[in-house]
Write a protein that binds this ligand. Structure first.
Ligand code: IMO
Ligand code: MG
Length: 427
């Protein structure tokens, strides 16, 4: 049995999708465990670009079983649109299962996400407005609707009670029109017809795979620094993108993980608001954004760009028990004269190596940098580590030395095969 978690070690958009897709070839099943369609995982195969939001990356392999676990929040309409979109690109989703315990993102969640952001002024989080936060809020408040509710005869009654309350809030607090019960019920009955065959107790299905010694692959969305507990709260998402989220979000025991792959971008990006110590507000930030096409796969927003921050990566290593790093976008840093890496912060005259909880402390932090020679030339064709330019190897080996974790995979281009593999994952 092997269970590999692939998750983001920074603020999301590290390139998880492409590494999951790479490992999925060997895996028996791919499982999403948290988040929703706030995720945007880009995979390029034979010059076709796939943008996945809810569907696990393994689905691009014909008939590979894929699971959406209980920790994910599902917008059923968006899921069906994604399935249709993939079909238009020639990929039919087969062998796909959705947890009956997963919560549904409802139309009022999306509306309230947008309204609360629009009303927040300076406190705006910069969410993806996909209703993710309000949906997890209702889950915790025990006012959510789950996939199993959609299948139940009591769905119409449950929806009525919840919608009355939500409409009250929408009209009285936000001053907008109430949502139509009849319309929502009609839409959801349509979703039910299409999704019912896919909904099951995925914890049981996954447990069977686990007991049979299958190769399991867990696909994280977002990233460690967006985790609701360990991220830059409140500028976070509402779920647990960490390796700890795997157990909660699938119903499998914690022993299931034999390898934790932290995906690290060779520099740092962030979309949305919140502190970012190594952010570059100059031409270099602009250069990285343009060279790396750093625009959100879900919202199209320009991503904030900065140097690699090892305080963050080391925090991720510790909290998640990272056993190997998958380093993405090494090609993007090519052609830069001097490349910098942050090894610590200076806060109020003191050197700090542990990521602080308080945003006020993070905002006061000045990055301490180590400077490296850049590398040049096209590296996208390289598949053998030794063939990388010496300067790139020095950079990578510095990351290994500072984190104490091997860099097992290196992304040298966006295509599926543009990857250097340095270790075996499934044994
Ligand atoms: P992938 O899986 C990067 C960010 C949003 C915002 C915060 C909260 O592609 O790496 P939410 O809509 O989740 O309530 O927004 O989290 N965010 C992401 N940033 N990559 C993502 O996913 C993200 N999903 C959410 O920009 O700052
Ligand atoms: Mg993304």
């Amino acid at each position: 049995m092997s269970g590999i978690a692939v998750f983001g070690a920074q603020w999301g958009d590290e390139g998880k999708g492409r590494f999951v897709d790479f490992l999925a070839d060997e895996a028996d099943v791919v499982i999403r465990y948290q988040g929703g369609n706030n995720a945007g995982h880009t995979i390029i195969v034979d010059d076709i670009t796939y943008k996945l939001h809810l569907i696990p990356a393994g689905s691009l392999y014909d008939a590979k079983p894929c699971v959406i676990g209980n920790g994910v929040v599902i917008d059923p309409g968006a899921l069906l649109d994604e399935i249709d979109g993939l079909a238009e690109q020639g990929t039919t989703i087969k062998n796909f299962m959705i947890s009956d315990r997963a919560h549904m993102v409802m139309p009022y969640h999306k509306l309230m996400d947008g309204l609360s952001e629009d009303n927040a002024g300076e406190a705006k989080i910069g969410t993806t407005k996909r209703g993710i936060g309000p949906c997890y809020t209702d889950k915790a408040a025990r006012k959510g609707l789950r996939m199993c509710d959609l299948l139940s005869d009591s769905f119409a009654d449950k929806l009525k009670i919840i919608l009355d309350e939500k409409n009250n809030e929408l009209t009285k607090i936000y001053g907008v029109d109430a949502l139509s019960y009849d319309q929502i019920l009609r839409d959801f009955m349509g979703y039910k017809e299409k999704l019912a065959p896919l909904i099951c107790d995925t914890s049981l299905v996954c447990y069977d795979y686990y007991k049979q010694g299958k190769k399991l692959l867990f696909e994280g969305a977002q990233g460690m620094l967006l985790d609701i507990d360990f991220g830059t709260y409140p500028f976070v998402t509402s779920s647990h993108p960490t390796s700890g989220g795997v157990s909660m979000g699938t119903g499998l025991p914690p022993q299931v993980l034999t390898e934790v792959v932290g995906v690290v971008k060779a520099y740092t990006t962030r979309v949305g608001a919140g502190p970012f110590v190594t952010e570059l507000h100059d031409e270099m930030g602009e250069f990285i954004r343009e060279r790396g096409h750093e625009y959100g796969a879900t919202t199209g927003r320009p991503r904030r760009c900065g140097w690699l921050d090892l305080v963050i990566v080391n925090f991720s290593v510790r909290i998640n028990g990272i056993t190997s790093i998958a380093l993405s976008r090494v090609d993007t840093l090519g052609e830069i004269d001097k490349v910098k890496v942050c090894t610590g912060y200076e806060i109020d005259g003191e050197i700090v190596n542990n990521y602080p909880a308080s945003l006020e402390d993070i905002e006061k932090a000045t990055p301490i940098y180590r400077e490296f020679e850049g590398w040049s030339g096209d590296i996208s064709h390289i598949r053998d580590y030794d063939e990388l330019p010496e300067a790139a190897k020095t950079y990578i080996e510095f990351i290994e030395e500072q984190t104490g974790v091997p860099v097992g995979m290196i992304g040298v281009g966006p295509q599926r095969e543009q990857c250097i593999l340095r270790q075996k994952y499934y044994v």
